[in-house]
Write a protein that binds this ligand. Structure first.
Ligand code: FE2
Length: 441
């Protein structure tokens, strides 16, 4: 039991290390008449403005414990925004972790980039992530100096992003940053806020939960939509459905508290689709509720973590959801950005995992560390990418670990869990929302 706890602790620390949410202006265009609804989703952009420091001793020390591509976040986000401007998507959804760590300046700069999308005729909607509000790790970096800088309150968040949900809301949750907007004549977006920024102390809280009053508000809005025969698309930062067996044990903070009951109840109230982020993985998971009801949790990976994915989604008038995945594979200044981003993740993870294994409480000998670390890294990389496949050599290594018994076996089983990918497929598919059936594309 103690070993199991230590294993869970170690993997949680590794994951934590990887992961550490316009001003008033003209209203958005009128909702569209019913037709195919073209959307795009990107998540966890973790914008960090270069003027707050992206080099030097202090910033490098920060990167050693957080291997997100924070230094590249601005050009990555700008490139994706340019791609989305040219896309047919009329609605852009961003389920949280908008900034590195809730810095006010980063929010303002990111909102200015989103304004470009709206100027191009898109409607953009955001919800906060666990990093975005009241964050005590809101820092700038210069040389060897790390300096505390202003973060934002929940009220400031809704002001900065007024144009991206809050000003045009049909309803706002009086107890959180949740809201409802009309996407077209018979479709609502239900943006839900499960972040716990009100409880932040010396560190920000990674986990998420709906307060009792917010959960009542969510159920009330779903009931109203059901009575009015309106379809609802959900968006929330934390996962609502477990994405692989064991995630809820190893990484409970990446799922909303009470996710099992909540997802079943929301499915029964007619919620069939929810867009999530947080774990930096590209994964889709299905929850079956009562009476044939179902809920698909469509998680989108992070723009600052390989493979830098974003999704395009069409909600058809025939009640189908067609989901496609794109990746940012080129970036000005990088001869091979795809290789750079993969190597960045792989090397960063390798260092972090080895440190965890070599030092207490594990204190594994170098030979075991050298054998186990690449397998753990492979598991994370496969899960981040989605549609996980385990190659025979890695499978052989995992089998050998499991055969060793003890802590090694527990590690092996955990890695096997990360490689397992319950249906449906993760990247390109069509979901029939009348039946819940899937057609891979
Ligand atoms: Fe994140």
């Amino acid at each position: 039991m103690k070993k199991t706890f230590l294993l869970i602790l170690m993997l949680a620390v590794i994951m934590q290390s990887m992961n550490s949410c316009k001003k008033e202006s003209d209203p958005d265009p009128e909702p569209e008449t019913p037709s195919d609804l073209q959307m795009a989703v990107f998540s966890d952009p973790h914008y960090h403005d270069p003027t707050l420091g992206i080099s030097g001793e202090a910033f490098d020390a920060y990167l050693m414990q957080d291997r997100k591509m924070i230094a590249q976040s601005k050009p990555i986000i700008e490139s994706v925004i340019q791609n989305l401007k040219k896309s047919s998507a009329s609605v852009i959804l961003i389920p949280g972790d908008l900034t590195k760590d809730g810095e006010k300046m980063n929010h303002e700069k990111f909102a200015a980039l989103l304004a470009e999308l709206e100027s191009a005729g898109k409607r953009v909607f955001v919800i906060p992530g666990n990093h975005d509000i009241n964050n005590p790790q809101s820092f700038s970096y210069s040389g060897s100096a790390t300096t505390l800088i202003p973060t934002v309150s929940a009220a400031e968040f809704s002001t900065i992003y007024a144009q991206f949900g809050y000003n045009e809301a049909l309803y706002r949750d009086p107890n959180s940053l949740g809201y409802v907007v009309t996407l077209n004549a018979n479709t609502w977006l239900l943006a839900m806020d499960g972040c716990r920024y009100n409880e932040n102390g010396a560190v920000s809280i990674t986990g998420g939960k709906f307060s009792d009053v917010s959960y009542l508000w969510i159920k009330e809005k779903l009931t109203e939509a059901k009575n009015k025969n309106i379809k609802v698309i959900g968006m929330v930062h934390h996962g609502l459905v477990e994405h692989y067996p064991g995630q809820s044990i190893m990484f409970a903070e990446y799922l909303l508290e009470n996710w099992q009951t909540t997802s079943a109840e929301l499915a029964d109230l007619g919620l069939q689709i929810v867009f999530t982020g947080h774990y930096h993985a590209q994964d889709i998971a299905k929850k079956d509720g009562a009476n044939g009801h179902f809920l698909f949790d469509i998680e989108t990976g992070s723009l600052v973590t390989w493979p830098v994915p974003y999704r395009t989604v069409t909600f058809t008038t025939t009640n189908k959801l067609v989901v496609s995945t794109s990746h940012l594979t080129t970036l000005t200044g990088y001869p091979d950005f795809e290789a750079f981003s993969r190597t960045y993740l792989q090397q960063g993870m390798d260092t972090l995992v080895k440190l965890q294994l070599m030092y207490p409480p594990y204190s594994l000998p170098y030979e075991q560390t050298a054998m186990i670390a690449p397998l753990v890294v492979s598991g994370f990389i496969a899960h981040y990418h989605g549609d996980e496949v385990i190659d025979p050599i890695t499978q052989g290594g995992v089998d050998a670990l499991i055969g060793m018994g003890g802590t090694a076996a527990l590690l092996g089983m955990s890695i096997q869990g990360m490689f397992s990918d319950p249906a449906p497929v993760d990247q390109n598919l069509e979901i029939d929302l009348t039946t819940g059936n899937i057609t891979p594309k």
